[in-house]
Design a protein around this ligand. Structure first.
Ligand SMILES: *Cc1c(COP(=O)(O)O)cnc(C)c1O
Length: 419
């Protein structure tokens, strides 16, 4: 099961992307349930025999069908808002397998997750500890907490997605952790259950991941000496995927590396992967509106834009772009170097630059590796209704989010009588 050409047509599992475009139009996100399942099983198989839990990071792709698929496989969830918890529950996920991360948890969100009896709140500051203690005491509940510790390890990735350095806003400093744990253990309404970290995204190699895990293990040991016993160690997410030709260690190596760093420890090991579960399981299907030749380069203007897939504009990210109909042998000479751009009125509105493509008006293109941080980061900029989303399962095509209608976009707005 994969995303590949068959008889000259690009398929997701057994379904031709042309058929999806005919049924549901473009732009359209298409996900492979088999590829998501396979990536999840890579984690659980590497964890076999160890007390472990995979908590899928919902923000990577929060479509209910994606969440339901993972929930049925036994996955837990890593959320960063009360809204994401509502999604997890709506999709049939188990609140007792939910960890809540993020630097700005509101009182209302803390109350919501405590009432739902989630597994753990990952705290990121002393002020947050005080607030959680207050809310839990008011509700007569005990809040299960961990600190997200900043191990000050450089994941060697893009500065916007590195989160474990001292200059980042995330986590508490390694050297403050012991003091904060003692303080937490003495507070009403607080039950210390774990420790966590997340050093950043898109790691190709296991070195920084293992190093960060070793620092967590070291802290867990010190806390144990101080009489604080933990139930779990959360080693975070951040395992990369191959977008182009990067060297990328497989998921198994990351899991084994983390387990190695935790050898001899008996706490449950929690992983919170996002991108590595869904990134390469999705494509953004788009149609060429115009071919616009230029003096220095040509442009393919397509019907998807930066509001649909923001990663190129935001991170200068590289996504492969493939023709849905494979070019005929010998037609390679017809390819020209083009930028693939959208209709949005920004120069940053591009999906790909300097690609050799032989596309004409009306042709379909697939923007690859778009399953993570694609739809979930999309917007309605330029009053563009968000794309439809489709989940493929074998031969079946499931529409899992309807294309938005323009009326939906201003349904919450009103015009005062007097202006
Ligand atoms: C975003 C995030 C993740 C997932 O990161 P990926 O790079 O998508 O694996 C995991 N944990 C936390 C706390 C996050 O914020």
């Amino acid at each position: 099961m994969s995303i590949a050409y068959r008889n000259g047509a690009l398929h997701v599992e057994h379904v031709a992307l042309e058929d999806i475009a005919r049924q549901h139009g473009t732009p359209c996100y298409v996900y492979s349930s088999a590829l998501i399942r396979a990536a999840y099983l890579e984690y659980t198989e590497a964890l076999a025999g160890r007390n472990g839990l995979v908590c899928y990071s919902v923000k990577a792709n929060s479509n209910l069908a994606v969440l339901a698929l993972l929930a049925r496989l036994g996955s837990g969830f890593d959320i960063v808002s009360g809204g994401e918890l509502a999604r997890v529950i709506a999709a049939g996920g188990d609140a007792r397998k939910v960890v809540f991360s993020g630097v700005g948890k509101s009182e209302a969100e803390i109350e919501q997750v405590l009432r739902a009896r989630i597994l753990c709140l990952n705290l990121e500051s002393e002020a947050e500890l005080a607030r959680v203690s207050r809310v839990a005491s008011r509700l007569g509940l005990r809040a299960p907490v961990a600190f997200r510790v900043n191990p000050d390890v450089d994941p060697n990735t893009h500065p916007y997605i590195s989160t474990g350095l001292k200059q980042n806003k995330f986590g508490v400093a390694h050297e403050d952790a012991e003091r904060l744990y003692r303080e937490a253990a003495a507070l009403p309404g607080i039950e210390v259950v774990g420790i966590g970290c997340h050093i950043g995204s898109l790691m190709g190699d296991t070195g920084p991941y293992v190093e960060a895990t070793e620092r967590l293990a070291d802290l867990a040991r010190r806390l144990e000496h101080a009489g604080i016993r933990l139930q779990h160690i959360d080693v975070g997410g951040g395992v990369g995927i191959r977008y182009r030709d990067e060297t990328q260690k497989p998921i198994r190596d990351f899991v084994e590396g983390a387990l190695g760093a935790l050898a001899g420890r008996t706490e449950q090991v929690v992983f919170d992967p996002g991108r590595s579960l869904v990134g390469n399981a999705g494509v953004l299907l788009t149609r060429v509106e115009y071919v616009k030749p230029g003096d220095t380069k040509n442009f393919l203007v397509v019907d998807a834009a930066m509001n649909d897939l923001q990663r190129p504009a935001l991170y200068d990210a590289w996504h492969d772009v493939r023709p849905v109909r494979a070019p005929l042998a010998g037609a390679a000479g017809a390819a020209t170097v083009c930028d693939v751009v959208g209709p949005v009125c920004e120069s940053a509105d591009f999906l790909a630059k300097d690609r050799a493509l032989a596309a004409s008006e009306g042709d379909l293109l697939a923007v690859m590796s778009a399953g993570a941080y694609g739809m979930s980061m999309s917007s309605n900029y330029n009053t563009r209704p968000r794309a439809a989303e489709v989940m493929v399962a074998g031969h079946r095509i499931h529409l899992v989010r309807k294309r938005e209608r323009v009326e939906d976009l201003y349904a919450l707005e009103s015009v005062p009588n007097e202006l």
